[in-house]
Design a protein around this ligand. Structure first.
Ligand code: NI
Length: 183
């Protein structure tokens, strides 16, 4: 089932999300719906607050970010905790399904170490780099209530203020299902 994506301005996008356990109701169905919603909107990642739930859950598919086959990862991250971000910072133009039509350069460390659980609540601790790390960093921000535009300069934020207001009011056209806070 495709879920409506919450737009910029929705308070759920600013929540520090809470951990879940294996008893969370209909979790496997929720994960399947999040994958479907991400794929339908051509996203490379989707975090639970973006579909209105303030829980520590996100899915990614970084395979679209690589030319080479087999390079990306399609994964679910439950209760993720960032242990370390290191290696040189690099800049990449990011976007977000909750903030359509806005792309900005964001600088982030090249490598991360993350502790999380998979869809079967198996404990994992893994290192990620390249575009996969970039996507995880962006989605991890979401479960901490942080958006990519928080990383840009205040001058650049002022320049997109009008566009952000339009998004929160639903005064935009977008080819996937969205829910606007102020419409
Ligand atoms: Ni996003």
């Amino acid at each position: 089932m495709i879920l409506p994506i919450r737009a910029y301005g929705d308070t759920v996008l600013r929540k520090v999300c809470t951990p879940i356990d294996a008893d969370y109701p209909e979790l496997q169905e929720l994960i399947a719906n999040m994958y479907e919603t991400m794929d339908e909107s051509n996203g490379v990642g989707l975090a639970a607050p973006q579909i209105g739930r303030d829980i520590r859950l996100f899915v990614i598919d970084s395979s679209h970010m690589y030319d080479e086959e087999g390079m990306g990862q399609r994964r679910v991250f439950i209760n993720a905790e960032m242990i370390e971000e290191y290696d040189d910072e690099w800049v990449f133009e990011e976007g977000c399904l909750s903030i359509p039509h806005i792309r900005e350069n964001v600088s982030r460390n090249g490598t991360i170490r993350m502790r999380f659980q998979d869809e079967n609540f198996e404990e994992k601790e893994e290192e990620f780099d390249g575009m996969t790390a970039r996507v995880i960093q962006h989605e991890y921000d979401h479960i901490e209530g942080v958006l990519f535009i928080d990383h840009i300069s205040s001058l650049k934020r002022r320049l997109i203020k009008g566009k952000l207001t339009d998004i929160s009011k639903g005064n935009i056209s977008v080819d996937y299902r969205m829910k606007f806070p102020k419409r």
